[in-house]
Structure formats: structure tokens, C-alpha cells
Design a protein around this ligand. Structure first.
Ligand code: S3P
Length: 185
């Protein structure tokens, strides 16, 4: 079993991933953390040193290392599905889940969060939503290749994390039951 969460920055991949892994009793990995631990540098430092292109190559390599582990929940970076054949690769070995959210919701999460995102550096709170909408136009075609999508904008704000975990478990259980039923036919 492997579950990979994808989606734009601020969608809650890390938070939901951690809660889902705890619920399933399997290890949780975050691709950005894996990269920063391995290279002993923060994501903004890697961007500053190698540029986005250098970061993407490194991200691609690290994805291949971590995604080979079995029985894990992995959350990847917002851009991971959109480079090389990363999305096809993830689909070939995992249940991929797109945490989808509206630009306004993503902008709100990002304004509240403390993490530094080099691609959004210097954007004013007013600009943020427009930048997100524009980036989503090019990223959505990749994100939508995920095997499952859950729209986190539709969930109750107070219970978003638990509701996401519940929905993901239901989706995966449904798939398992359908597989069993299919095998019986
Ligand atoms: C990026 C998202 C970030 C990180 C890097 C680039 C992107 O991860 O990988 O800053 O291109 O969307 P999060 O989605 O976890 O913030």
C-alpha cells in the first residue's frame, strides 16, 4: 500500500498526510522534508543555489527514492506532479489523491502558514489569489490525473483534517471492496 497526496501549496497535504498515516498506522513522509534532511538545506536555500530547474531535478530523484518505500503515506510538493513524468510514475505505484481547493481557500491557508515558499516570495496578500489562480490553470491538468480527488474547500473548516482522512479512507475502502467483488465474479 502506498498513498501519495498531491495538490497546490496550502492545500493541507502535510497536515492531512500526517493524520492519515497516524490513522492507518503507517509511516508518514513529506517529500520536502526528505529533501531538506538529505541535503541539509532549506527549500528556499536550494532554490537560491540551484534555481527552480536544479530543485526540480533533485525533487524528481528524491521522489524515486521515497516512493519506492512500501506501506507509507507520502505528501509531495505542490509542483512535484507537474515536472518530468512524475505524475505517471506516482500513478504507477500508488493511490494518488488530489487535495483540491479554491484559490481563495489556498490563499487564506498560505497567509496563515509560516512556511516559506520561494515561488510566492514577495507577493502581497492581494496579489496572492490572482497568482494562485494563474498557476492553477497550468497545474490543474497534472493534478487532475490523480486517481482520486477530494475538494477540501467543501469541507467544514473546523473538522477539515478529520473529514479529509475519513473521506480518503472511504474512497480507498470502496476501491478495495470493488476489487474483491470483481475477483468473485
Ligand atoms: C512548491 C511547493 C512547495 C515546495 C517548493 C515548490 C511548488 O511544497 O516543494 O516551494 O512548486 O508548488 P508545498 O506544496 O508543500 O508547499
Amino acid at each position: 500500500m502506498r498513498i501519495i497526496l498531491i495538490g497546490y501549496m496550502g492545500a493541507g497535504k502535510t497536515t492531512v498526510g500526517k493524520a492519515l498515516a497516524a490513522e492507518l498506522g503507517v509511516p508518514f513522509y513529506d517529500l520536502d522534508w526528505f529533501i531538506t534532511t538529505r541535503y541539509r538545506k532549506s527549500i528556499p536555500e536550494i532554490f537560491a543555489e540551484k534555481g527552480e530547474e536544479g530543485f526540480r531535478e533533485l525533487e524528481h530523484r528524491m521522489l524515486h527514492e521515497v516512493a519506492e518505500f512500501e506501506d507509507i503515506v507520502l505528501s509531495c510538493g505542490g509542483g512535484t506532479p507537474c515536472f518530468f513524468d512524475n505524475m505517471e510514475y506516482m500513478n504507477s505505484l500508488a493511490d494518488t489523491i488530489y487535495l483540491k481547493a479554491k484559490p481563495a481557500v489556498l490563499a487564506m491557508h498560505l497567509r496563515m502558514g509560516k512556511g516559506k515558499r520561494p515561488l510566492l516570495e514577495g507577493k502581497s496578500p492581494e496579489e496572492l489569489e490572482t497568482v494562485i489562480s494563474e498557476m492553477l490553470l497550468t497545474r490543474e491538468p497534472f493534478y487532475s490525473k490523480a486517481k482520486y480527488t477530494i475538494d477540501v474547500s467543501l469541507l467544514d473548516t473546523a473538522n477539515k483534517i478529520q473529514e479529509s482522512v475519513k473521506l480518503i479512507k472511504e474512497l480507498l475502502d470502496k476501491e478495495k471492496n470493488e476489487e474483491v467483488a470483481h475477483r468473485r465474479l
